[in-house]
Design a protein around this ligand. Sequence first.
Ligand SMILES: Cc1cc2nc3c(=O)[nH]c(=O)nc-3n(C[C@H](O)[C@H](O)[C@H](O)COP(=O)(O)OP(=O)(O)OC[C@H]3O[C@@H](n4cnc5c(N)ncnc54)[C@H](O)[C@@H]3O)c2cc1C
Ligand code: SF4
Length: 510
Amino acid sequence: MTVLRIILGDQLSADISALEGLDPGSDIVLMMEVMEETVYVAHHKQKIVLVLAAMRHFADDLRQRGVLVDYVALDAPENTGSLTTEIQRAVARHRPQRLVVTEPGEWRVDAMASNWQSLTGLPVEIRKDGRFFASRARFADWARGRQVWRMEYFYRELRREHAILMDHGQPAGGAWNFDALNRKRLPAHTSTPERLRFAPDAVTRAVMALVEQRFSGNFGSLDAFGWPVTRHDALLALNDFIAAGLPRFGDYQDAMKTGAPFLFHALLAPALNLGLLSPREVCDAAEAAWRSGSAPLNAVEGFVRQILGWREYVHGFYWFVMPGYEDCNAMQAMRSLPAFYWTGETPMRCLREAVASTVRYAYSHHIQRLMVTGNFALLAGIAPREIERWYLAVYADAYEWVEMPNTLGMAVFADGGQMASKPYAASGAYIDRMSDFCSGCRYDVKQKTGPDACPFNYLYWAFLIRQKDRLAKNPRLAMPYRTLAGWTAERQAATLAEADGFLDEIEVWR
Ligand SMILES: Cc1cc2nc3c(=O)[nH]c(=O)nc-3n(C[C@H](O)[C@H](O)[C@H](O)COP(=O)(O)OP(=O)(O)OC[C@H]3O[C@@H](n4cnc5c(N)ncnc54)[C@H](O)[C@@H]3O)c2cc1C
Ligand code: SF4
């Protein structure tokens, strides 16, 4: 009896549930490169290369283990370009008795999968994805009984349940959180480690040529492509982070530096999200580094909090609030995405830096995403769906389940507080404190108004004035609203006018 086992592009884990019970003598693994998945947003070229190259390597690994793989390449002449029609064609080729697939990671593909049974006329078993600490149902059980959902409490439960950084039932080091020790500014002249990057092999180079040919107009450059595309290289990248990045990850987690986009960050999200690494092994490696004395607890807890905390939380959250969440717009933001998000053509140095590393590496780190490009989108009132599609398009690690809650919930507060307890709105002072960008900027971060003032300064106050009815009661914003209460009506009107004038001006930056 032939079972057709479908492996999707972000399911590249040897222990994925769709492969459980595989009979190499009769079963066939189907993998498909389809146009539909490469164009639902206009991905950065590196994202397309990453996924296709990793799929091709994964298929080779399966074949070496004696598994029969039916691989449909993007440029195969008969490729119909859609997952559903490729599955129908594969059914006609192999005449299997049934289909097995692991639940897709994005709602869009999940909706497609629910039709495969009726379209093929065969039983389709959709198996749970066991690659997260918490299943979708686990999050839903936790969320259902609560009025507010906060990552911190979910995270603590998962720490206990999975015995990560726990000693005798208590959090290691006697505290759940060491954030007070983290988030330092990077002292000038601090050296940052050279990070391990991977030269493309012949398989990856062939995909690069294909992408340059078929997606020449897409955003981004392939020149600096260096992401791991195999399990072997992903493990090397993990080891590199544990040795070179982790010890100072906590201290400088929020720091930004000109020309240094990676700093002490993990650079592991692309491999994790494809399934080349498991979140469990990544957390275990970090904990082992602390227990052996090679990394301090504030760094290791800070890192585990990102994986076991944020990553699991946004995953559960996405599946709990979809569909419907994609249309939220609690701040009634309507402005179109400014062209500089694609071109980097802006005199604002912090934004220029963030876009430059995005073009070159399909990467910018969390604080650049949240407090530079995200903060600007929030303050400028950019339509949530436009900025959300941008984040989904431009990063190598972007998948809707992780990107959408981070963008709509965290960066632009479009859900009105379902995910975060307050908008991450900040003036230029925050960027100045955490980076060296301002010293080389055309604007002056110390000036609050006038043609040379840092635009983040007046945009911040204009945002609070505009959103007063929605936000003034938020206890976490009590301080700025107390300050605003002391402003005259004229001063508030002048601030709004200055912000509007600036926002009109950026339309012509090209
Ligand atoms: C607007 C916005 C969009 C984002 N889009 C994505 C996305 O599409 N894909 C993605 O993986 N992450 C996304 N993030 C989260 C985070 O910025 C990236 O995971 C991180 O920058 C990846 O780089 P790194 O591997 O060096 O991570 P590090 O900063 O070193 O963190 C370690 C790991 O923790 C996890 N992590 C950290 N923060 C988060 C978070 N907020 N949510 C989920 N996981 C987290 C990632 O797996 C990451 O690899 C987004 C954040 C924001 C603010
Ligand atoms: S002065 Fe303002 S715009 Fe310029 S880098 Fe600093 S925060 Fe960014």
